[in-house]
Every structure is written in C-alpha cells, then in structure tokens.
Design a binder for this molecule. Structure first.
Ligand code: HAM
Length: 424
C-alpha cells in the first residue's frame, strides 16, 4: 500500500501515520520504553526456531530469499528479532529490566483482504529480563492506554494462561485425543492443524467446529498451581488499575513461543480479522534461539493499519486536508525568481513554514495555492518590487497589504506572526 499526503482513505494518508506514530512514541516514552530497531531481513532459521516450525507464519506465510548458502526472510514479526538482538548485544548486562518499543514493516504472505496485508506495520513493546507478573500487567495497561488515547472505547481485552511447556504438551495430547474421533467433521485447515498445531483449532471461527469444541478439555485443567497463582496476580494487577478483561480459556496464539500469559485486544468492524493487537509472555524464546537459559519476557504488538481502520469507525479527529503554511511566497515574472527564492529560504532558515510554487504560474493560480495551503500571509514580488527592493506582504484574512523593505522582511514577518500566535 502506498502512503501519500492528502489521500482520501485515512489508512493511506501519510499525515495520519505521522500523527499516530508521534502519539504512540509519546506514550511509550512516558512509560519508560526506548526505541529498538532491527533489520527487516533476518535469517530464516531465527524465525523458524523462534516463531515455531509448525505455525502458519513459518509453514505458509514467509517471504524467503535464498542467497548463496544462506536463507533470509522478510521478518513476519519483531519479537524473535528483538530477543536475538538482546542476546547478541549482551543487553542483559545493562542495569535493570529492559523496556523496548518499536514500529516498522512486517511481511506475511497471506491472502490480502480488508485489515490483512502482505506488508503491514506493527508497533509494540517488550519488557525483557523479568518474570514479574507486574510486567505482564504493565504491557497490557500500556497497550490499552494507546488504543484508549485514540478514542477506541469498544476494545475487548481477552486473556488466558497457557501454562508452562509441560502443561501445554499434556494439554496438546488431551486435545488431540478428544478431537480425533471428530476428525472427518473438521475443516481441511483444522485437520492439518490436528497433527501440526492442534491448539490453533481452538481459534476456529467455524460454528460447527465451535460446537464440537464446547466439550473439549480446557487448558486450565492442565496448568500447574504456580502458573495459576501467577495468572491470579496478573489479573489482580489489571483490576487494580481498572483495565477490564475477559477470561477466554480458548485463547491460544498463532506463535509458538508463548507460555503463561497470552492476550488479544479486539474490536469489531475492521474486517474479518478483528485482532487489533496481541501478545503474551515468552520466557522460553531465548533458549530456543541460542541463549543458555530462559529469559523472562513479555510484550505486545499491534497492527498500525488495523488501528487506523478502527479509528475510521470512531471518527477520531485525524489530520486531513493539505499541509498548511504560515507564509506563501509569490514571484510574478521570471525577474523575481531569484529574490523570491532568497526570501523563502531566509524565512525557512528562520524556522517559518514557507511554501512557494515553482514554475511560471499566474498570480491568480498562485493565490489559489496559498489559500489551499491556508497560508496566513503571502509575500508578493514583481518587477516593481525588485526595482524598489521591497515586497508586498498581504494578510490573507483581512486582505490588508503593506510594502516592506526586503532587508527587513524576516523581522516584519516575525512581528506579524508573533502577533497572530498571541492573539489566536
Ligand atoms: P501477532 O498477533 O501475530 O503477534 O501480530 C500482532 C498484530 O499485528 C495483530 O494483532 C494485527 O493487528 C497485526 N497483524 C498481523 N498480521 C497482519 C497482517 N497480515 N495484516 C495486517 N495486520 C496484521 C505478533 O506478531 C507478536 N510478535 C506479538 C508479541 C509481541 N508477542 C510478544 N511480544
């Protein structure tokens, strides 16, 4: 998807993206998260081991490139790359837990539809270096605050605990035992998942399968007491800061690295995919990709495009319309080009937002442009002004005009605009 100024659809409008990104940055900084950027290309082996061979992402949706002896992938997500970076740069040696945020493009070879793209953009946050349940609650609080800030009030936070790997493997066996007699009644996708990744069947949107699952064993029956106690703590912290949540024992995530807390934030009306964001704890990702020991970590990621689609429905005040200028410089005739260029540059260097048309448009066309860009003042330079070394400054609100010596133009514009900002 191309993003460009003044696009009709907010999701394609570059001003909307800049606006949202700066707001997200603000919140991330307020919570103490620092930006991390990793390359778009990663080794395929990192993603395969990190995200999991049997996941849809790795088995069906990777854009891979072979080059010499190496296989690379356009990253489908950022958590495994960030953990790789944390291990590679010995970031555990830094004092305290590490809090990172990120924004950037990800790639999944899915069938595109509303809210689902092959190239999409994620923003997210990770806390690395702790298994403290407050970290889980903090991540969900941060995530909810960002969506709340943009006026998305109909968000639903669904949470679950997936326990440790032992609990999950015992549950996996129980689920396969339960579902095998129904195999013929399952869709082809679910039949494939039965052998590869049975927990994902719980995510099914097919009603007949949901009916079959009504009597399926629940993961909570396989979770250890420690895990459940931990889950209680996470829920307690969320309640303490008034973050509403729905417990959903059927919630599993499409990535293999999760243990204990898993969550998803959803909203209606953004297409077939209603997940705005998702995440969870992933203490076992580190040993999977080369660390000697587990490293406590939890995070979330959200889809930027889905956020904008959700905002559409909320009628949030998004930037629209043309870029605005304080001043528009107009040269009438070629003899004024050099002086106009000089004036515009001087004013830009003095920190004003200055627009100027290039080429030889008529005065009328240039005035129309000044209006389009909501310039407060225009500066006109024609033959006579060049001879007199002056310019005409026109107030676009009152149509009043004055002649100003070119040598004093920056000073005069500064006076005029400071008056505008104090009086408005
Ligand atoms: P994920 O659920 O795969 O999790 O993706 C997170 C979000 O990215 C989704 O909720 C959705 O908004 C957006 N998204 C995913 N695929 C697409 C797509 N094809 N088109 C548009 N948007 C999409 C992760 O990626 C984990 N790394 C999250 C995480 C962070 N877990 C721990 N830390």
């Amino acid at each position: 998807m191309d993003l460009y100024p003044e696009a009709v659809r907010p999701v394609e409008r570059s001003e909307v993206w800049s606006f949202l990104e700066s707001k997200i940055r603000e919140v991330m900084h307020r919570y103490g998260y620092s930006e991390i950027r990793t390359p778009i290309l990663e080794y395929t082996s990192l993603i395969a081991r990190g995200v999991g061979q049997n996941t849809d992402i790795v088995s069906k949706e990777m854009f891979t490139l072979e080059r010499g002896r190496h296989s690379y992938v356009l990253r489908p997500e950022m958590t495994a790359p960030i953990m790789r970076s944390y291990i590679q740069h010995h970031l555990h040696q830094k004092p305290g837990v590490q809090r990172y945020f990120y924004m950037g493009p990800c790639f999944r070879a899915e069938r595109p539809q509303k809210g689902r793209y092959r190239q999409f953009h994620q923003f997210g946050a990770e806390i690395i270096g702790t298994d403290d349940p407050r970290a889980d609650a903090e991540i969900m609080t941060l995530m909810s605050e960002i969506f709340e800030l943009f006026g998305i009030s109909n968000q639903r936070l669904r949470i679950n605990t997936l326990g440790d790997s032992d609990a999950r493997s015992r549950y996996r066996d129980a689920l396969v035992n339960y579902l095998t007699p129904f195999k013929e009644k399952l869709s082809q996708t679910s039949q494939d998942r039965l052998s590869r990744n049975p927990l994902r069947i719980l995510d099914t949107k097919i009603e007949a399968e949901q009916t079959i699952l009504e009597h399926a064993p629940l993961i909570s029956e396989y979770i250890s007491k420690d895990s459940l106690d931990n889950y209680e703590l996470v829920k307690g912290f969320l309640t303490a800061v008034n973050i509403p949540f729905i417990e959903d024992p059927m919630l599993v995530r499409g990535l293999d690295y999760y243990c204990h807390t898993a969550f998803e934030l959803e909203v209606d009306g953004i297409g077939a995919q209603n997940a705005l964001a998702g995440g969870g704890r992933y203490d076992l990702l580190a040993p999977e990709i080369g660390a000697k020991h587990p490293i406590g970590a939890v995070g979330f990621a959200a889809g930027m495009e889905r956020l904008i689609l959700a905002l559409n429905d909320c009628e949030e005040d998004l930037p629209c319309g043309p870029f605005t200028f304080e001043i528009w410089v107009i040269a009438i005739g070629e003899s004024a080009h050099a002086a106009a260029f000089h004036v515009a540059t001087q004013l830009r260097r003095s920190r004003f937002r200055v627009g100027m048309e290039l080429g030889n448009r008529s005065l009328k066309a240039q005035m129309r442009l000044a209006n389009h860009h909501k310039a407060r003042y225009t500066i006109l330079l024609g033959d006579q002004e060049i001879i007199n070394e002056t310019a005409i400054v026109k107030d676009m609100n009152t149509s009043e005009e004055e002649s100003v010596d070119l040598i004093h133009i920056v000073k005069r514009i500064t006076e005029l605009l400071s008056h505008v900002s104090t009086s408005s």
